[in-house]
Design a protein around this ligand. Structure first.
Ligand SMILES: C[S@@+](CC[C@H](N)C(=O)[O-])C[C@H]1O[C@@H](n2cnc3c(N)ncnc32)[C@H](O)[C@@H]1O
Length: 289
């Protein structure tokens, strides 16, 4: 059965979530998958994939019935395709600094590369195909050329890609990966098991630093590819936890959000040491004074 892709524009993340909730109504066919993207020019786009007939009018009616204000559903018939082959081809290896992030379909190519990180695409974020991940990997690569770190915390680890990269370049470091989404921590644990590491990566279910195992920890490097809201909320905690001279790589912000995040970290005692941008996204590297 060919697939139908439905795209619906939403003003903000809350409206996008409401679109997804309204279209989960029992009278509508269940989508195979749905994804929400932030559009750099502004707003969000919800994409839903159906393997059954779906009518624009029924979708519009469901949105109206739930009082959801969103764009008109745009339907697109996708041709019959070998989706495994397509998704693998669409997930080519990603190079960022010294790191290569690849899927299992490319395992043989990179078996001997010490800085290769195998990540299976799944529900967690972090295959390396998003600019925010590559920005963080590049920042990590640059830091690793300059100095070493002994205690690394990857807050919001998703697939664990940044924690694994840190463990690759700082093999003696204690690396801890946290996420508040159990799907992400499950995938991160699987990816840690897949990776041949000298040291290990501990994966913890936690929001920010709230976990008994993180209580006394004083990292010298924090990697946080999360949204500006949580980054701003975490600023005093990151300041309190990082050792003096410790570094944080902050990402998940659009370029127009840089000023607010940089100002917040500046106000709690950090100096900005690098700002990198790509595809409308930015990563800030800050150092505790
Ligand atoms: C954009 S993904 C980043 C994944 C990966 N670190 C990367 O760079 O590709 C953000 C992740 O942070 C998690 N997250 C968001 N806010 C968080 C918080 N305050 N504490 C822990 N995890 C958080 C989300 O569940 C999500 O898995």
């Amino acid at each position: 059965m060919p697939l139908t892709k439905v795209s619906i524009a939403a003003r903000d993340l809350e409206s996008a979530d409401r679109v997804v909730a309204a279209l989960a109504a029992p009278e509508l066919p269940e989508p195979l998958a749905s994804t929400t993207f932030e559009v750099p020019a502004g707003g969000y786009l919800v994409e839903l994939y159906y393997d059954r007939d779906v009518a624009a009018a029924a979708l519009e009616q469901a949105l109206a019935g739930h009082g959801v204000q969103a764009g008109k559903p745009v339907l697109e018939a996708l041709p019959e395709t070998n989706w495994v082959a397509v998704s693998q081809a669409a997930l080519p290896p990603v190079m960022a600094g010294r790191f290569i992030v690849h899927g299992s379909h490319d395992r043989a190519r990179f078996l001997m590369r010490r800085t290769a990180i195998e990540i299976e695409a799944g529900e967690a974020f972090g295959t390396g195909h998003n600019a925010t991940t590559t920005l963080c990997l590049r920042a990590l690569d640059r830091l690793a050329h300059a100095r070493s770190f002994a205690r690394v915390v990857d807050v919001g680890c998703g697939t664990g890609v940044l924690a694994l990269a840190a463990a690759r370049v700082f093999p003696k470091a204690c690396v801890i990966a946290t996420d508040n989404d159990p799907i992400a921590t499950g995938m991160a644990r699987d990816n840690v098991r897949l990776t041949r590491l000298l040291g290990g990566v501990a994966v913890i279910d936690a929001t920010g630093f709230v976990h008994p195992r993180l209580r006394g920890l004083r990292p010298d490097l924090v990697l946080a590819n999360i949204l500006p809201g949580p980054l701003i909320e975490l600023a005093p905690v990151v300041r309190q936890r990082l050792v003096r001279g410790g570094v944080a790589v902050l990402c998940g912000l659009l370029t127009h959000q840089v000023r607010e995040v940089a100002a917040t970290y500046g106000s709690v005692g950090f100096r900005l040491i690098a700002k990198d941008t790509d595809a409308g996204w930015a990563a800030l590297t800050v150092q505790r004074r």
